[in-house]
Design a protein around this ligand. Structure first.
Ligand code: COA
Ligand code: AMP
Length: 637
């Protein structure tokens, strides 16, 4: 504990010295002389003047160190029943070849490349190839609908799109090409070239869309003729990727991550938090479309020279609740990382963990969990089942790596169930009230981070420093506001209570209440609506819609419900898991017309609440209380 505390103190008192030291673990073409550029505070940049290539650090560097024959990537598809191994040398060659193909298509440094791929090796190859070129990738999760894809295309303005013929879900095959075509049309970017990885079993093919006015190319053909590309040197401060995440409003925020700070922070986190290095096999059961996938399926394990397992499948049902245990045995997994929802799904399907009996999981040392609150019931269950430390860690797309975690590589600190432990070195955490004054120990408040944020955290939002400042930095001067509330105990352990804004966390996937409301509002019968997150036993939260009908509207409620569910699926995507919509007479509002979502959330969560003095009609709220307290009955379940 003392070792951790001293290191944390050092990182806050002299961040420049701390991170310059950490930077020595990264391979630079021009080593950093300066750690932090504060000249545009509160916009900070790490390692100005230094140069490197992230793909070189993730691949070539290990090959040059004589580890080319070590396995870098294992692709395990429960959907196809296949496995594929790539050594560091093979992965480097594949990446160099595909980077050459992208260059041949005219992609150069700084261009954006949008990646819309399922969990196949090409997703990893694509990300690293873009990084090798010095271009900027933006990966979009496959469960998003064309309209969401379109808004990301509009914002990032990619030079090219990389996709596959489809993705495999347990219940169906998801055709990607019609979705990409629709998104391009919606975004007014029909001419944007697309490279398509062919997967068997899908109806549409690249050739169906290839026209003189738009080039849709086959992946293998594009790669075959290309000249392998050497890593392109970039500034540490140049962007590596944009990853869109949901905010309060319907329009997603493009979190920008740089090259240098990212490489330094992730390398540091692998050693000191995750305790992963060469010889380790890491299984992160997430998706490359989320930040956990970016950081701990792709970049972190490869920067650390470990082996990473890319799993195409689900925790349950592909074929059973022993899926994770099979992966651990098959690949000798030493460290695993997943979301509480996945653990709850396994527990629900196999409460006694009977499936474990068939597997040898003795290689496993540690289990990490993030993406949502790890409830103490699930924590105790999984710790009992696996018999290894279970490490909750709290962070966000914006921060890129754990804000709070148990630093296992530093020897660890005692685990407290329900807490993601202590702030990672580099994160200066404060729990404050609305004015920015720290609240007493044990009191809930806004979780904020004193600026500057450490390397690896977002540097801005794509295309708008102003929006970045507005969204995160203006509410409390000198702080980044996380959007979560929580409290700290006497030992400084953090307990996260949940979001303070209108972000809903479904199965560890972050959704905007505003975006779902926009979708519901498109229904011709809906006059207005409010969407809030309700507690869900499996997925942590589920989005629940309350709609007011237009005057004289007589639509059958069950029919309306079906249409609203279909609308959200069409406009946001199946990932929203939207099922609950209920008709109410009116929504509670302030006199200025603002819907009292927070009060609705508090009532639904059974929390004490105060009715704002500005309420327009308290009777509206009173009539909603029984409905909110009961939770909306999930239809058809
Ligand atoms: N492409 C297309 N559709 C997708 C998709 C993808 N990549 N991922 C999910 N979907 C679809 C599913 O098919 C499902 O569609 P359906 O409504 O037609 O059945 C819908 O989106 C919801 O999917 P999901 O959230 O996976 O719920 P589920 O009920 O099918 O499965 C769990 C439940 C618990 C197995 C699943 O939620 C899970 O694995 N959760 C863990 C999530 C996770 O790892 N999060 C990490 C973030 S760090
Ligand atoms: P995302 O940006 O999609 O990773 O979502 C980040 C949000 O998920 C955070 O702001 C939290 O609300 C929630 N979250 C992530 N990890 C945890 C955790 N370990 N405990 C509680 N909430 C978490």
């Amino acid at each position: 504990m003392e070792g951790y505390r001293a290191l944390h103190r050092e990182s806050i008192e002299d961040p420049a010295a701390f991170w310059l030291k950490a930077a020595k673990a990264v391979s630079w073409t021009t080593a950093p002389g300066q750690a932090l550029d504060s000249s545009r505070a509160p916009l900070y940049r790490w390692f100005p003047g230094a140069r490197l290539n992230t793909s070189f650090n993730a691949l070539d560097r290990h090959v040059l160190a004589g580890r080319g024959d070590t396995t870098a990537l294992v692709y395990d598809s429960a959907m196809l029943g296949t496995q594929q191994h790539f050594t560091y040398a093979q992965l480097r060659d594949e990446v160099a070849q595909f980077a050459g193909a992208l260059r041949h298509q005219g992609v150069t440094k700084g261009d954006r490349v949008l990646i819309y791929l399922p969990m196949v090796p090409e997703a990893v190859i694509a990300m690293l190839a873009v990084a090798r070129l010095g271009a900027v990738h933006s990966v979009v999760f496959g469960g998003f609908a064309p309209a969401e894809l379109a808004s990301r295309i509009r914002d990032a303005a990619p030079k090219i799109i990389l996709t596959a013929t489809g993705g495999l879900e347990p219940s169906r095959r998801v055709e990607y090409l019609p979705a990409v075509a629709e998104a391009l049309d919606l975004a007014g970017a029909g001419g944007c070239p697309v490279i398509v990885k062919h997967r068997d079993g899908f109806t549409a093919a690249a050739a169906d869309y290839d026209q003189p006015s738009r080039r849709w190319l086959d992946w293998d053909e594009a790669a075959a003729g290309a000249t392998p590309l050497d890593p392109v040197d970039v500034e540490a401060t140049d962007p590596l990727y944009i990853l869109y995440t949901s905010g309060t409003t319907g329009s997603p925020k493009g979190v920008v991550r740089d090259n240098g700070g990212h490489a330094v922070a992730l390398t540091w986190s692998m050693r000191n938090i995750f305790d992963v290095g060469p010889g380790d096999v890491m299984l992160t059961a997430s998706d490359v479309g989320w930040v956990v996938g970016h950081s701990y399926i792709v970049y972190g394990p490869l920067l650390a020279g470990a082996t990473t397992v890319l799993y195409e499948g689900k925790p349950v049902g592909t074929p059973d609740a022993g899926a994770f245990w099979r992966l651990i045995e098959a690949h000798g997994v030493t460290v695993m990382f997943t979301a509480p929802t996945a653990l709850r799904a396994v527990r629900r399907a196999d409460p006694t963990a009977a499936a474990l009996g068939g597997y040898d999981i003795s290689t496993l040392r540690l289990l990490f969990s993030a993406g949502e609150r790890l409830d103490t019931g699930t924590f105790s269950w999984i710790r009992g089942v696996l018999g290894v430390p279970v490490i909750d860690n709290w962070w966000q797309t914006e921060t890129g790596w754990p804000i709070c975690a148990n630093p296992r590589g530093l020897g660890g600190v005692p685990v407290k169930p329900g807490s993601p432990s202590l702030p990672s070195p580099g994160f200066d955490l404060a729990i404050v009230d609305g004015e920015g004054t720290p609240v007493p120990t044990g009191t809930e408040g806004t979780i904020a981070l004193r600026l500057p944020l450490p390397p690896g955290a977002l540097t801005t939002l794509w295309g708008s420093d102003e929006r970045y400042e507005q969204a995160y930095l203006r509410a409390l001067e000198g702080y980044y506001v996380s959007g979560d509330s929580g409290y700290a105990d006497d030992d400084g352990y953090l307990f996260v209570m949940g979001r303070t804004d209108d972000v809903i966390n479904v199965a560890g996937h972050r959704l905007s209440a505003g975006a779902i409301e926009q979708a519901l509002a498109q229904h011709p019968a809906v006059a207005e609506c409010a969407v809030i997150g309700l507690e869900d036993a499996l997925k942590g939260q589920r989005a629940s819609g309350y709609v007011v009908l237009k005057a004289g509207e007589t639509i059958d409620p069950a029919e309306l419900q079906r249409e609203l569910v279909a609308l959200v699926r069409k406009l946001i995507g199946p990932v929203a898991g939207f099922r609950d919509a209920v008709v109410v007479d009116a929504l509670p509002k302030t006199r200025s017309g603002k819907i009292l979502r927070k009060t609705m959330r508090q009532i639904a969560a059974g929390e004490t609440y105060t009715v704002p003095s500005t309420i327009e009609d308290a009777g509206v709220l009173d009539s909603l209380v029984p409905l909110l307290r009961a939770g909306v009955p999930p239809p058809g379940r």
